[in-house]
Each structure stands twice: as structure tokens, then as C-alpha cells.
Design a binder for this molecule. Sequence first.
Ligand code: GDP
Ligand code: IMO
Ligand code: MG
Length: 424
Amino acid sequence: MSVTVIVGSQWGDEGKGKIVDLLSDKFQIVARYQGGANAGHTVEIGDKKFILHLIPSGILREDVICVIGNGVVVDPQALLDEIKMLESLGIKIKNRLFISHKAHLIMPYHKILDSINESGNSKIGTTGRGIGPCYIDKYARTGIRIVDLLDRKILEEKIRCNINEKNNLLKKVYNHNELNIDEIIDTYLKFDNEIDQYITDTTSFLNNAISEGKSILLEGAQGALLDVDHGTYPFVTSSNPTSGGACTGTGIPPTKIDNVIGIVKAYTTRVGLGPFPTELNDEIGEKLRTIGFEFGATTGRPRRCGWYDAFLVNYSSMINGITKAAITKLDVLSNFEKINVCIGYEINGKKLKYFPTSIHDLENSKPIYETLDGWNQNISSIKNYDELPGNAKEYLTFIAKHSSFNISIVSVGPKRDQTILLEE
Ligand code: GDP
Ligand code: IMO
Ligand code: MG
């Protein structure tokens, strides 16, 4: 029995959804701890493809209980749409989904402000889901939490107070139409009717489950380099996807975490703006995007693609305390004669000791590459490590050594069974 955290080790979209679904048959509870509907986690089972934004990827295993933790920002409309989508596919949600009463609500003005910010000079390339503005209100201590839905009077008061303030901002600063307060109150009261059944004290629920010896998988969204503290700031999201966020985002103490599994894509991708030292703006990048089908699961945007960056993942291993790594999308590299791996950065010919903190330094960092031979063989139906081509095994050994992790899973395709489990 254990508490295991799943973290994205790069800039998101590493294949967390696939691995969470795969592992969740060994866990009784799967909980999300941060982010919101900016996430897009894909799970492919048979010929069905599910994209989950808010509901944990464990929902596709009928015996698993799913929790949306306090660190998540919940867009009630996105949540209800997702519940409806899953129910229409025959997946039972009632008595299987629990939402923290401490989680904050995304309000219509958060999405408007997200879009206004993105049209200005400090563009990040966000998903437009209102994530940043909602976390701003959380930290400004003016946010509206799920618990507020439970008391009509408090909800009305809080919404009124917030919208009065936001209307001032929208009208006077941004010359935007004012929002209709009563309409929004009505909408959120209606949400309450539907969401009420899922709301609970998830902190106590999760800690009691641990005391009873139950196993819990904590599903991170985004990735370490998008972490607001440790990522490539300011081109980050507004939460802590790193493993520390799993504690604050659920109320599970650090002393109860047993494992941290880093999900690591066999090359690198990034969506949105910000420096990306190993990015390939050429036909190799295009080839990775086409073979890897690198298009955003939430926004459909083409993902920027580049070589594997061991210097970056080594940093990620350190800040996450990765105990084991799951390498995903190794199959995508099968058609390359030569494969580059970045093992360090240099600026003006000087090798860096540490992953740069300044965005300016990161922009000026030149990757130092080692070139490995490709394997030119389709590996997508291989089930045992020993059957992998020698050069593929060498690639795995090389990236593990330079990224400071041990590999426990290798994924060679999007489906559950396209997975190689390594001996303990
Ligand atoms: P997440 O946000 O980390 O859950 O990742 P996404 O779902 O946004 O993106 C990962 C994409 O790669 C999805 O389309 C998955 O179905 C797919 N995928 C996951 N693992 C593999 C793999 O090993 N090989 C291939 N070819 N595709 C994979
Ligand atoms: P999953 O969980 C990849 C990126 C956005 C943008 C930045 C800030 O599927 O891996 P936000 O809307 O969060 O304020 O955007 O973060 N981003 C992601 N990139 N995968 C994600 O989630 C992401 N969620 C946010 O593209 O650069
Ligand atoms: Mg994704």
C-alpha cells in the first residue's frame, strides 16, 4: 500500500494520463492536486480515446475512487461537461467522484481576464481557461471556494462583492462590457444543485484512507518546468505541479508520500511561449510533431518539439525527488538515423553548472549534444525490455544516467498494453 505521486517532468503532455490509467488498477484512489481544465490527459483504451481535463484519469477503472483536491481550480461548467461526456460513455461517476470543499471556483471573469492579459504585452500563451486569474484571487484572499456554494447567502454576497470589483476593472481599465451579477449568481446556484453531491472534506477522506491502509495515486497536471516557483518563470502556469504541490494540494503530509514517479517523454515538447533550448524549428521538429501527433489535448495547438534535454530533466529529478521514471513515446523516435540528447548548456562557450534561473540566460543557453544511433525498427508492439533493439536500450540507459533516475516503465504506444514494465 502506498501513496505515489505522478509528476510531469518536462513542460507537460508527457503522457501522464496514459500512465495514471495504467497504474490505477493497483490503487484504490486517484487524486488531482493542482491546475484545472488547462490540463488535457489522454487515455486510450481499445478503440476509445478519452481526454480528461479535471477528473482524474483513474475514473476509467470502475473500482477506483477519484478526488479533485483542494489545490485544483474548478470550472463548474467544464466539470459538468466532463461528467456528462463520461456518463454518456457508460462510466459511472456517482459515489466515485469527490471534490474538495476548499477548491477554488473559476468564475466567468477569470476567463475574460485571462484572455485580456493574453492580448496585451505580457503574453504567456496560456490555455485561456482562467487559471492564472483564479489563482490570483486565491492568493489575494478574495477567491470563491466550493464550500461557498453550500450557503446561498454567502455565495451571493461573495459573488456580488467580487463582480463589483471586477466590473470596475473591466470597464475602467479594459473598456470591457460589465458582467451581469444576478445572471452569474443564478448560474452558480444552478451549478451548486448539480455539484453538491460530490462535495466533501477530501483532506480527511484521503488521510483516513491512508490510515486504513488504502493506496493513493496523486496525479499531477502540467510539468515541473511549468511550476510557478521552479519552472521557466514567467512562462509557467500558476500552480505547483512539482511533487511538493501534491501535499499542499491534497492535505496529505510529506511524511506519507512513498514514491514519486516522473513521467518523461523520450524527447521534449512545449506548448505556449517561453525559451526551449533544444527546440527544433526544422524538418526534424516537424517529423517529431507528425509522428508523435504533438497537438494540444486541450487547445489543439501544435506543440513545439525538440530533442531530449537531460540537463533539464536532471533538474526536474532533483526538485521532484523522482524515485522512478516512466519513459513515454519511445516509439516516436524509431524512425531517426541519429538522435541527439542534450547533456548540458553553455553560454558564450562557458558550461553551466546549474539549470538557469534567469529567463534571459535560458534564452541564451546553447545545448551541448551527444549523438546516439537510432534503431530503425518499429517497437510499438514490444512487451519485454529484452526484446527492444540494442540501440533503443542504449538510448534509455544514456538518458537515465544523465537525468539521475531509474526507469521502471517504458511506453511504446498510447494504449494500455503498449507498455514495458521493467523488473524491480
Ligand atoms: P498528459 O497531459 O501528460 O496526460 O499527455 P497528453 O495526453 O496531453 O499527451 C500525450 C499524448 O501522447 C496523447 O495523445 C497520448 O495518447 C499519447 N501517448 C502516450 N504515451 C504514448 C506512447 O508511448 N507512444 C505514443 N506514440 N503516444 C503516446
Ligand atoms: P497537461 O496536464 C502543456 C501551459 C500553457 C502556457 C502555460 C500557462 O496536459 O500536461 P495556463 O493556461 O496554465 O495559465 O497556461 O502553461 N500549459 C500546459 N502545457 N500541458 C499542460 O497540461 C498545460 N497546462 C498549461 O500552454 O504555456
Ligand atoms: Mg496534456
